[in-house]
Design a protein. Structure first.
Length: 187
């Protein structure tokens, strides 16, 4: 007879997500996951297959966590001002807890940039492409911009978002706000 699951899956995945978010994939051990999630390795392997499977579930959990700001961004209709607000919303979400962690997706993107892990690379590429499409849509609201300028500004803003996510791990609120304001003063 199969054993009954004695944990809330959403809760343990969220705990794992926060651990991966703080430490990265490579620096997070199975022992750390057991301790953080309050379940044993057998339960982790039985449900998620391995650490990698749990990490994929953690990425999905993060995407769900940020879905509200992405929906807000997608539905907004003020162009460049919406992109700027998205930057602020992203920083506020990623710094809402006592420890600054930056953006989980950007952290993962950076950690796996040289990796052979195609599944994670595909997940990161998909997320970044979706974000770029949203940025392009907002930039196109200014009809005075031609297609080439829109693409160049979208690329710039996507890279600025990466920089912001990295800076949010170590810099103070005033520095982050200055970064955002200066970024948008150039567009």
């Amino acid at each position: 007879m199969a054993r009954k699951k004695e944990y809330n899956e959403n809760e343990v995945v969220e705990k794992a997500m926060h651990l991966f978010w703080r430490n990265g994939y490579e620096k997070t051990s199975m022992q750390m996951l057991e301790r953080e999630m309050s379940i044993n390795k057998f339960s982790i392997y039985a449900r998620f297959g391995n650490k990698h499977g749990l990490f994929i579930e953690s990425l999905k959990c993060y995407k769900t966590k940020i879905s509200n700001i992405l929906v807000k961004f997608k539905n907004a209709s003020n162009g460049l001002a919406d992109i700027k607000q998205f930057f602020y919303d992203s920083v506020n979400l990623n710094c809402e807890e006592e420890r600054k962690k930056g953006c989980f997706v950007t952290n993962t993107y950076n950690e796996f940039s040289g990796s052979e892990d195609q599944l994670i690379k595909d997940q990161m590429h998909s997320f970044m492409e979706q974000l770029k499409i949203l940025i392009i849509e907002k930039l196109k609201m200014d009809v005075s911009k031609n297609k080439d300028i829109v693409i160049k500004q979208a690329n710039f803003l996507l890279l600025a978002k990466h920089g912001l996510a990295a800076a949010a791990r170590v810099n103070g609120t005033e520095e982050i706000e200055d970064y955002i304001e200066m970024t948008f003063s150039t567009i």
